[in-house]
Design a protein around this ligand. Structure first.
Ligand code: ADP
Ligand code: ASP
Ligand code: MG
Length: 245
């Protein structure tokens, strides 16, 4: 199987968590699966970068902000690839543009227009785990763009669509999608399955567990997306077309 696995910032916050994600990917690769990991920046890196940039220039250009913020995911991708290497499995980290992700020129909120998959396919054929930096791409002028806060989810679903992946998994710090934020409401109820439209409504009402465009893209390409805990790996919530699930 070709599996796309996305890991959020909290799920990669320190060396131990990076090793845990890396070891899940290596385990699957050793079973014969082809793995593309999509990573967010570690922990609160993006917030820290935004704060630091504001100290230098509170009205910094959106082009420079994108160039700055995209680095968070790149650092994490390289570190994750190194963790995989330390486990004796080949891996390669790719920035958004190395991964062939083309976007429009809307800095800070860019949309993916197309993905040129040849580099990723080549690396997979060489037996490598590909670790793609989430949240970023390149615009028609050749400038770095970012996809909006939480945008690594969209990178993962877009890659799953263009690579025709068999599975798309979003690993996060909760064990699925709930009817309300489980960190705030102790009595929140978890969904085993949820439709794209219900998921989009939850997001509209403030559930930032998935980036809205990732769900729109999943719906457009009929991709079932599993949201699950990076810490347990136990089955989570399938976001999909309920009829075909
Ligand atoms: P990641 O860093 O993995 O992308 P996010 O912080 O973007 O993680 O999303 C996960 C968070 O979404 C959870 O920690 C949870 O507090 C929050 N959340 C809000 N609403 C919901 C919901 N309805 N179901 C699940 N999680 C939710
Ligand atoms: N690191 C970016 C953010 O904090 C993108 C992401 O996590 O998906 O918004
Ligand atoms: Mg997120």
């Amino acid at each position: 199987m070709l599996i796309v696995q996305k890991y959020g910032g909290t799920s990669l916050a320190d060396g131990e968590k990076i090793r845990s994600a890396a070891s899940r990917a290596v385990g699957l690769a050793r079973q014969g699966h082809r793995i593309v990991m999509v990573v967010s920046a570690q922990g609160r890196t993006t917030d820290d970068l935004i704060r630091r940039a504001a100290e230098i220039n509170p009205r910094g250009s959106s082009r420079e902000m994108d160039a700055y913020l995209a680095a968070g995911e790149q650092l994490c991708a390289a570190l994750t690839a190194m963790a995989i290497g330390a486990m004796g499995h080949p891996a390669v980290s790719l920035t958004g543009w190395q991964a062939g992700i083309d976007t429009d020129g809307c800095h800070g909120d860019a949309r993916i227009r197309a993905i040129r998959c040849s580099r990723i396919r080549k690396e997979l054929e060489r037996g490598k785990i590909v670790v793609a930096a989430g949240f970023q791409g390149l615009d028609p002028d050749g400038d770095i763009t970012t996809l909006g806060r939480g945008g690594s989810d969209t990178t993962a679903v877009a890659l799953a669509a263009y690579l025709k992946a068999d599975k798309c998994q979003i690993f996060t710090d909760v064990d699925g999608v709930y009817d309300r934020d489980p960190r705030i409401y102790a009595d929140a109820v978890r969904f085993g399955r949820i439709s794209y439209d219900r998921m989009l409504t939850l997001i509209e009402n403030g559930a930032q567990v998935l980036h809205d465009r990732s769900v729109e893209l999943a719906k457009a390409h009929a991709i079932a997306v599993e949201v699950l805990s990076a810490f347990t790996g136990a089955p989570g919530t399938i976001v999909g077309d309920l009829e075909s699930l």
